[in-house]
Design a protein around this ligand. Structure first.
Ligand code: B12
Ligand code: SF4
Length: 453
């Protein structure tokens, strides 16, 4: 069969499609699925975030259309699924959102992959080729992450391969994606990741991971994004891998919990193996807010000390922060902004609570009658999808905008970047440029928020 895979983009408020011309990294879902596909089928793909989807060509040339979706992309994914099905294509949906809403997703598709594709994709394609479908395909066990299929890295959807070969600047800009682990054992109730993985966590064998790093280095990669949600969840496994990584002399960025700062041996290995930037889910300065979503392990009273330790190792911090949780009040907004400035946070991703369907947070908010929208296209982290407890939804959005624009103001940038850190000056400069870009973007689009992460 001829298969076309699509990662759709999301709709903007005016109904147009969000597009970007350049992005600093890429997901691997589409090339990975291609590598997983038995050779008797042919696979092409489109990431609509940067590329135009040639709908006519897919209609003419594909037998099967496979769609993945993140957050608000799901609305576009369903529209495309309905469109292609109406034209006789067999449509398959998969990915985090789809997994958590498999029954609903099946209304738009011939088949749904709930969870990982490794153990079901071949059977599913065999069924479709034979004119059958079992509907929802869910593997009976998690993949052990050994002998993973090798993807064609030059086909990464958001990579500009020519620019990578010709431009020094682009080589510094692009981070090559790779993953060491899957899942996360923490119980954060709003989190689609722990829900998808049922709080399980697995790592790849260190030697296989290092082999892949070497294969990627051989094509010119030196800066990597670990796609993991929390690669340090099993500290001993992480230490083994990081100790081997030190010898590879690469630079890497990732997400991790703040626990990374609380284990000196781990932190030392993280820094020595080339970590430059970590995205950390601080989420809130309020113990009550963290307790309301079962993220007590964060312990805000330790944040300042933790951040100082990370900064001392030359690691830039991207803070992920949520405003409008149940312990928050109007005082939360100025307090959050002060805290971000005082701790010299390099970059901010600010969120309003997004109750992704399938999570406990969504069930709780629905049961309490606090969901304000069931338009999945608005589940974008900057919209009022939940009625806050101690403020109105308008106050939450106003406060969100105040923190967001306050953080990216010139005054805040000066407070956070002057004097510059002693180590890894290049990364600090890159962060400052990124801040300036958001500042410019917000001036041009005063109602916008950080549309993509
Ligand atoms: C890299 C990444 C990005 C990148 C690149 C995206 C891209 N277009 O390439 C960037 C940074 C741009 C990004 C942006 C966003 N992302 Co993102 N992203 C990821 C990340 C870290 C890794 C994805 C990946 O490549 N994984 C590796 C592959 C191999 O695994 P996989 O995708 O899970 O696929 C496996 C299975 O799920 C299944 N599968 C998946 N899709 C399909 C489809 C078919 C047809 C089949 C058969 C199987 C299948 O098969 C694969 C093998 O088992 C995940 C985190 C995560 N844990 O998944 C978040 C994640 C997917 N993103 C998420 C979100 C919300 C977003 C944003 C909406 C955030 C925002 N508000 O800005 C935007 C959307 C932007 C847009 N319009 O494109 C959420 C989704 C939550 C949800 N319930 O949907 C996640 C889970 C992060 C999180 N912690 O919540 N993202
Ligand atoms: S620590 Fe992060 S990835 Fe893990 S459950 Fe909490 S929010 Fe999700």
């Amino acid at each position: 069969m001829r298969i076309h895979l699509i990662s759709p983009t999301h709709y903007l408020h005016d109904g147009s499609l969000h597009k970007t011309t350049r992005y600093w990294t890429s997901g691997i879902t589409l090339p990975y699925l291609k590598a997983l596909t038995p050779p008797e089928h042919s696979v092409t793909f489109t990431d609509e975030l940067m590329q135009e989807l040639d709908v006519g060509r897919v209609e003419r040339e594909a037998d099967v259309v496979g769609l993945t979706a993140m957050g608000p992309q799901i609305r576009r994914a369903y529209d495309l699924a309905d469109h292609f099905r109406a034209r006789g294509k067999r449509v398959v949906l998969g990915g985090t959102w789809v997994t958590l809403t498999a029954e609903e997703s099946l209304r738009h598709a011939d088949a749904v992959v709930a969870g990982e594709a490794e153990y079901v994709w071949e059977d599913l394609l065999g069924d479709l080729a034979g004119g059958r479908s079992r509907g929802i395909y869910r593997a009976g066990r998690w993949h052990d992450l050994t002998d993973l299929p090798m993807i064609d890295y030059w086909s990464l959807p958001l990579l500009k391969a020519d620019a990578f070969r010709s431009s020094w600047l682009y080589r510094k800009y692009f981070f090559w994606p790779i993953f060491f682990s899957r899942g996360c054992p923490h119980p954060c109730e709003y989190c689609a990741v722990q829900t998808y993985y049922d709080r399980t966590f697995r790592t790849r064998p260190t030697d296989e991971f290092i082999d892949e790093i070497r294969r990627m280095k051989a094509i010119g990669a030196s800066r990597f994004l670990f796609l993991d949600d929390n690669p340090i969840a099993h500290p001993e496994k992480a230490k083994e891998m990081l100790a081997a990584l030190v010898r590879e002399r690469i630079q890497w960025v990732s997400q991790a919990t703040i626990n990374v700062a609380r284990d000196p041996e781990l932190l030392d290995l993280v820094a020595r193996s080339g970590c430059r930037v970590l995205s950390i889910g601080f989420e809130s300065l309020s113990e009550a807010s963290l307790a309301s979503v079962s993220k007590q392990f964060n312990r805000p009273s330790r944040f300042a000390e933790d951040i100082a330790k990370l900064r001392a190792k030359g690691i830039q911090l991207i803070a992920l922060v949520m405003v409008g949780l149940d312990g928050d009040s109007l005082e939360t907004f100025p307090a959050t902004l002060r805290w971000l400035d005082e701790n010299k946070i390099s970059f901010l991703k600010l969120f309003t609570p997004a109750p992704y369907p399938g999570t406990k947070f969504h069930r709780d908010m629905a049961a309490a009658g606090r969901l304000l929208s069931d338009d999945w296209g608005a589940y974008d982290y900057g919209s009022p999808n939940v009625r806050p407890l101690n403020m109105t939804a308008d106050q939450m959005i106003d406060g969100f905008k105040t923190v967001y624009s306050g953080f990216y103001s010139v005054r805040s940038m000066l407070r956070r970047f002057v004097p510059p850190p002693r180590r890894n000056l290049l990364e600090a400069a890159a962060m400052l440029v990124a801040n300036a870009k958001v500042n410019g973007y917000l001036r041009r689009n005063p109602d916008a928020w950080g549309t993509i992460s």
